[in-house]
Design a protein around this ligand. Structure first.
Ligand code: GLY
Length: 333
């Protein structure tokens, strides 16, 4: 078992990575917990035993269950059961579960402890780490949420073998991102080591900028085009696949800005290809629509903040030249 920590002073917490990590749940519960509310989805074939009185609360499958009505349902059921502030919520699942259970824990009784048992690759290397919780509104994803750090995260790599291939690839898109955030030789590591290396990278970034005042934004590398593709909709793309395309685009853009060499762009292509992830924008896409989506929340005159590679590593960069955005897309169409 590889043991890591997210260092946030008195809110620091352990992250355990390895086969069978879910069996360590009893050890990582906060002391004094009498009851545990386990939140999961019926499609997740992972059982946990917290070793104290517990009940399982099943939320709807799919992203559509990540909403305020699920939060209300969970909180009402917990209140009917008598869950107190001294008890604990345990989210068992991927990002949909840990985001929703984490947010419900953040607001129930003004906040009760939560432990995440991440069951997807994407959850283990991203969603369950760092305390971002939230749910979707019809108006947009993750529009209601809070920063609520878990008390512990268990990344059980044994359960990853039960993931459908497409869900696993979804996580590989985020893993590819870490190759450009300073995680060296990812492809040469065992699965446990690779998950742990990504967790360690994210933990360090979160510890330096918990509430995304600045540096934490680098975790969104590849996400600007990725999110635009997801928002435009109509493509058969999972989040990690959209991020993979976004990584190539970010490299092309950085190259056109003179920030990185052609060799570095090729490194992006090699890493993404190595994970067998998509590298081009799906046929039929409208570049103008995608560029408009980059500007979605801002007036075009303000430009768009991209996270781009460069001599100082990956960092946020403001871009106002729309022609450059368009030109950088050409190699991906
Ligand atoms: N998923 C990006 C972050 O946690 O900041």
């Amino acid at each position: 078992m590889i043991e890591l920590s997210v260092a946030l002073e008195d809110r620091s917490y352990p992250v355990l990575v390895g086969a069978g990590a879910r069996h360590r749940l009893g050890e990582v519960l906060p002391s004094g917990v009498r009851r545990v509310a386990v939140v999961t989805q019926s499609s997740i074939p992972v059982e946990v035993d917290p070793g104290v009185d517990h009940r399982v609360f099943t939320m709807p499958d799919g992203e559509s269950g990540k909403d305020l009505s699920t939060v209300e349902d969970l909180c009402r059921q917990w209140a009917q059961w008598g869950l107190t502030r001294g008890d604990c919520v345990v989210g068992v699942g991927g990002g949909v579960v840990t985001d929703t259970a984490g947010f419900a824990a953040a607001v129930y009784h003004r906040g009760i402890p939560v432990v995440h048992v991440a069951t997807t690759l994407l959850g283990q290397i991203d969603a369950a780490i760092g305390g971002k919780t939230g749910v979707n509104l019809p108006e947009g994803k993750n529009l209601v949420g809070s920063f609520w750090q878990p008390s512990a995260v268990l990344c059980d790599t044994e359960v990853l073998s039960t993931l459908p291939a497409r869900e696993y690839r979804n996580g590989l898109g985020e893993m590819a991102k870490y190759a450009f955030l300073g995680v060296a030789d990812l492809a040469d590591l065992s699965l446990d080591e690779a998950v742990a290396a990504c967790v360690a990278c994210k933990a360090e970034v979160v510890a330096s900028d918990e509430r995304e005042g600045g540096r934490r934004a680098i975790l969104n590398y590849g996400h600007t085009l990725g999110h635009a593709l997801e928002t435009a909709g109509g493509y058969d793309l999972r989040h990690g696949e959209a991020v993979a395309i976004g990584l190539i685009y970010a490299a092309e853009l950085a190259h056109n800005l003179g920030r990185i060499s052609a060799t570095r762009v090729q490194e992006h292509r090699s890493v993404v290809a190595g994970y067998d992830l998509p590298m081009v924008i799906p046929p039929g896409s409208d570049p103008e629509q995608l560029i408009a989506l980059f500007n979605r929340d801002k007036k075009a005159i303000d430009g768009v903040t991209f996270v781009l590679d460069g001599l100082n590593g990956v960092e946020p960069v403001r871009i106002t030249d729309t022609d450059l955005l368009r030109q950088s897309m050409e190699g991906l169409l």
